[in-house]
Design a protein around this ligand. Structure first.
Ligand code: MGP
Ligand code: SAH
Length: 226
């Protein structure tokens, strides 16, 4: 199990700002939210997770694949919006954090509304074969707080560069939504999109996401028309 960070004394240097923002991340932080060090700088703040969930419910009430569930920042809002979620992560501690954070944040849950799967996007994930998803959502690792230096090269996304990641996710749904760094190279995003979806009609919508006037990231929605 990765170490959990839940006491102010554990937060040093750049990590302090994430502790100070804890109620932006989870307004119910004091109810027993559990996060590893990586999750403290990766979870989607609550207001943005709400926005994403509401955005998705405008076009579907069906199954969402959260490809990198982390600490459940997005999963909590998907569940509360009534969506069914299949949540993947390759870190057992993070899956446990999601399970805990959903339990303390989602008071009403339908049976089978959430399925957690330990899966690695660098390998085939056979457990996904029996599902049909309306949306694939993903907030992949950006390489930590240092992502802000300069323009973010989308080939540096983990665990796969943007192109191969889109090719994988396009196998599961016509709607792919990714939360990416605010300083992402948008020209590169356009070039990768043209290459991956060559010959297909694809609409891309980019939304800049702010909390209290500070930009936190961009939400990119690819809608591939058949
Ligand atoms: P930030 O930009 O590192 O900090 O993270 P802050 O305090 O908002 O910005 P600053 O300009 O004041 O320094 C902002 C948000 O981006 C986090 O709450 C996460 O939602 C997201 N985020 C940051 N990182 C480093 C990652 C990451 O590696 N992966 C993912 N998925 N999200 C991240
Ligand atoms: N949206 C989440 C945060 C995601 S952080 C939230 O709001 O809580 C990104 C997650 O990707 C981390 O939990 C990390 O364990 C996971 N991850 C990294 N590499 C992966 C891989 N190869 N396959 C699946 N998950 C991976």
């Amino acid at each position: 199990m990765d170490k959990l960070y839940y006491h102010e004394k554990q937060f040093k240097g750049v990590m302090k700002k994430y502790w100070n923002q804890r109620y932006d991340l989870f307004p119910n932080y004091d109810d027993g939210i559990r996060l590893t060090k990586e999750l403290w700088f990766s979870v989607t703040p609550h207001k943005m997770a709400l926005f994403v969930a509401e955005y998705i419910t405008q076009f579907t009430k069906g199954y969402v694949l959260d490809a990198f569930c982390g600490g459940g920042g997005n999963v909590v809002s998907f569940i509360n919006a009534g969506l069914h979620v299949v949540a993947i992560d390759n870190n057992e501690s993070h899956l446990e954090c999601t399970q805990n954070n959903v339990a303390v944040s989602c008071l009403e849950q339908e049976e089978n509304q959430l399925t957690l799967i330990n899966g690695d996007w660098c390998l085939p994930i056979d457990a996904l074969n029996s599902y049909s998803f309306h949306v694939v959502f993903g907030s992949p690792p950006w390489g930590g707080p240092a992502y802000q230096e300069g323009v973010f090269d989308l080939d540096q996304l983990l665990p796969l560069p943007l192109g191969p990641l889109l090719i994988k996710f396009a196998q599961y749904s016509q709607h792919i939504i990714l939360f990416l760094p605010k300083n992402s190279n948008l020209q590169q995003l356009e070039e990768i999109t043209k290459e991956v979806f060559k010959g297909k009609h694809v609409i891309v919508k980019i939304t800049r996401m702010y909390i209290n006037t500070r930009e936190k990231g961009i939400l990119v929605h690819w809608r591939v028309k058949r």
